[in-house]
Write a protein of this length. Structure first.
Length: 647
């Protein structure tokens, strides 16, 4: 009989929860995963996408051997052969065009800290062109950085001190499941939970009340609530006067708008605005927990700033149970110098949301080679058509992948990489304060290697091997050096995941901020246009799926057409029955879907899950224009306007 064992590891996938996992292994085969009881946040249970992950590891569609495209056909090759081929191409490309003619595009495939070393390779080469900005939370981060000088969050368990919790444009039931038990506990402590989302989501079940604003217009809702509170004399003027700057200019903005127009722009009735304002001012401390959905607009930073201002007006900052929490930098406590910036003579940055357009425009030097790891830009970028065209213009594209994604299909070489269940690494979280080790649960399948092993192999061939050398454990020890004084070492982490002892439960408790003045900085002007288009009157919210992460959908999950949810009144106006077929049409393109009538969806909204693949005709991102947020270089997916056409 094969031997059975249990291996402790940590999930590296791009999700706030960064769960502790117990993997059950029989022989060398994974047979089950469960949440680790010793992880205070995971609390013994896992989400759907983690439970499904074993199917991904053993999928017959996994890429398990290096492949080279020869005259349009994929041929399997040896590691030695493929690494020599790539090294030679790198050598020649740098000789003729310089190292910045190489694009390195790293995405969110794994949040493991060792993935920082992928960047080290390109710095050792002399510096490449990199994608800057974000497809994710860049706008919210930029907004909070302007207000607080530093974007961070309350510890998740500080919510147990709140009287009221507002979930603002966040859907934890699907995207951050381990927040749900904390919400339940908080409600058992008599806290109220309010959800602000244009769609009834599964999260609604855990809330006392939901408000459905117009998509993108939450800034006006926050402003309206602040106006009611200020006009009623319920503001915390002690906090405002002692700890804030630019209040007068902000107050002028508040005085310059009337409640009727704020109500019409936000799509929330005056009575609901007043009810929310009374709740907010009356139940201190109040925690606002913002999501990513809220800020996928050009003015995402301004929306966050208007929400921060609401919290500041009521003094809900720097106190237990208060704050405006979005997330934190998962690499904050790690030593980022392993990226080896000092080795790069030249680097060049292009904005991630404008990837296709930027590659096409680059000259001096143009992009000649591209390396993609942990990302699927031909599927996840806005305006994927232009990204595809841009990649076709690049002489040699190398993709490190587990699957033949839309991006892998467009490559010249695909290199098979391990999943996190086959790797050693270390990971922090962008929500909680725990750090966990990633331990291999099984041997790598097929010929798969880790990103680090592949870059180390290439470095050897290019004469820069010394700069990349070292085992995974060696590099982990370098990365966690700053944590040693707090007792967090590799040895200690082998016992269990650890909370960073220095991480505050309540940030800014001294009410000193990281802004130049040390004060909270009120927003004083902004531009938030009404999303309005005669030909495309609906807003397309392409939200995150409970079942999968981004584009990590298995090929077999594409057998049925995608479904979109629309309010019955809207669907009927387009003549589309429940379960009827339609095209969603944007100024950029269209996609065939089945329409589900859903009374929970606001009337001017179409909701669809993002992530399905273009090669099966199901990708949504060719409908998205490539716009970028005013602050934070963020992609603005949720601002896309569409119409429906019955088919
Ligand atoms: N299962 C699963 N988990 C994930 C992910 C995944 O793909 N799958 N992705 C991970 C990543 S990278 C991220 S960034 C997070 C995202 O986590 P979330 O922010 O929770 O996810 P989203 O689906 O982008 O948006 C959340 C909600 O915002 C609402 N929303 C959209 N526009 C607006 C608006 O203008 N105002 C308001 N008030 N609400 C709005 C949407 O209707 C949606 O229900 O999830 C992480 N967790
Ligand atoms: N329409 C729409 N589009 C969106 C969003 C949205 O809300 N709506 N959300 C956006 C958000 S929040 C984000 S964060 C981005 C994410 O965009 P991406 O970062 O491109 O995310 P994924 O689609 O998960 O692609 C990651 C790829 O890495 C591979 N991978 C996993 N682990 C590893 C590894 O260790 N090494 C290597 N080499 N590969 C690995 C996976 O197989 C997968 O194909 O998408 C954005 N796209
Ligand atoms: Mo994200």
């Amino acid at each position: 009989m094969s031997e059975s064992k249990t291996v402790f590891t940590t999930c590296t996938r791009d999700c706030p929860d960064a769960c502790g996992i117990k993997a059950f292994v029989t022989g060398d085969r994974l047979v089950g995963l469960t949440g680790a009881g010793e992880h205070e946040i995971t609390r013994s249970f896992l989400c759907r996408k983690a439970l499904n992950y074993i199917q991904r590891v053993y999928s017959p569609d996994r890429v398990l051997k290096p492949k080279v495209k020869i005259e349009g056909n994929w041929q399997e090759v040896s590691w030695d052969g493929v690494l020599n081929l790539i090294a030679e191409k790198i050598h020649k490309t740098i000789e003729i065009y310089g190292s910045t003619s190489i694009l390195h595009y790293q995405g969110a495939g794994s949040l493991g800290a060792l993935k920082m070393l992928n960047k080290r390779f390109f710095n050792l080469l002399g510096g490449a062109t990199e994608a800057d900005g974000s497809l994710c939370g860049g706008a919210g981060i930029a907004g909070q950085t302007l207000d607080f000088g530093f974007r961070t969050a309350h510890d998740p368990r500080d919510l147990l001190n709140s009287q009221l919790i507002i979930l603002w444009g966040r859907n934890p039931s699907d995207t951050n499941m381990h927040l749900i038990p904390i919400l339940k506990e908080a409600r058992a402590n008599k806290a109220k939970v309010v959800l602000i989302d244009p769609i009834t989501t599964d999260t609604s079940r855990f809330c006392d009340l939901q408000i459905k604003p117009n998509p993108g217009m939450d800034g006006y809702l926050a402003l309206a609530m602040a106006k009611v509170i200020l006009d009623a004399g319920k503001a915390d003027m002690g906090f405002v006067e002692n700890c804030c700057e630019n209040f007068d200019a902000y107050h002028n903005v508040v005085d310059g708008v009337n409640l009727e127009s704020l109500s019409s722009m936000s799509g929330v009735s005056i009575s609901d605005i007043e009810m929310l304002a009374d709740l907010y001012a009356g139940r201190k401390p109040v925690a606002i927990v913002c999501g990513w959905g809220l800020q996928r607009y050009q003015w995402g930073a301004e929306t966050f700033r208007l929400i921060d201002a609401l919290a500041a007006v009521t003094g809900n900052i720097g106190i237990p149970g208060g704050g405006v929490s979005h997330g934190r930098d998962e690499y904050y406590y790690f030593d980022k110098s392993v990226k080896g910036r000092e080795f790069a003579k030249n680097t060049r940055k292009i904005p991630r949301p404008l990837l296709g357009r930027s590659i096409k425009e680059l000259n001096d030097p143009p992009i000649k080679m591209a390396f993609v790891n942990g990302a699927n830009p031909l599927n996840q970028s806005p305006d994927t058509h232009s990204v595809k065209e841009a990649f076709e213009m690049i002489d040699f594209v190398v993709v490190f992948e587990q699957f033949m994604t839309d991006t892998a299909e467009a490559a010249d070489v695909v290199l098979p990489v391990t999943t996190f269940l086959e790797e050693t690494d270390i990971v922090g979280s962008y929500w909680h304060n725990h750090i966990g080790l990633v331990n291999p649960t099984i041997r790598p399948l097929g010929l798969a290697k880790t990103d680090l092993e592949i870059y180390q192999g290439l470095a050897e061939l290019l004469g820069i091997g010394g700069g990349m050398a070292g085992s995974a454990d060696y590099w982990i020890k370098q990365i966690i050096k700053p944590l040693k004084r707090m007792g967090i070492t590799l040895e200690a982490l082998m016992q269990k995941p650890m909370r960073v002892p220095d991480a505050p439960m309540v940030p800014f408790a001294d009410r000193v901020f990281k802004t130049p003045s040390g004060k909270f900085n009120f927003i004083t002007n902004f531009s938030i246009p009404i999303i309005d288009s005669v030909d495309y009157p609906l807003v397309l919210l392409s939200t995150h799926s409970r079942r999968w992460l981004h584009s990590q959908v298995l090929p077999v999950e594409h057998d049925l057409p995608p479904r979109a949810k629309v309010n019955p009144a809207t669907a009927v106006a387009y003549g589309i029955s429940d379960g009827g077929k339609a095209n969603i049409v944007s100024p950029m393109g269209d996609i065939a879907v089945v329409i589900d009538h859903d009374g929970g969806v606001r009337e001017n909204v179409v909701q669809i899950e993002q992530g399905r693949w273009g090669k099966f005709g199901q990708s949504i991102n060719h409908l998205m224009p490539s716009t970028m947020s005013h602050e934070g270089k963020n992609a603005c997916y949720y601002q896309t306007t569409v119409r429906l056409e019955k088919t």
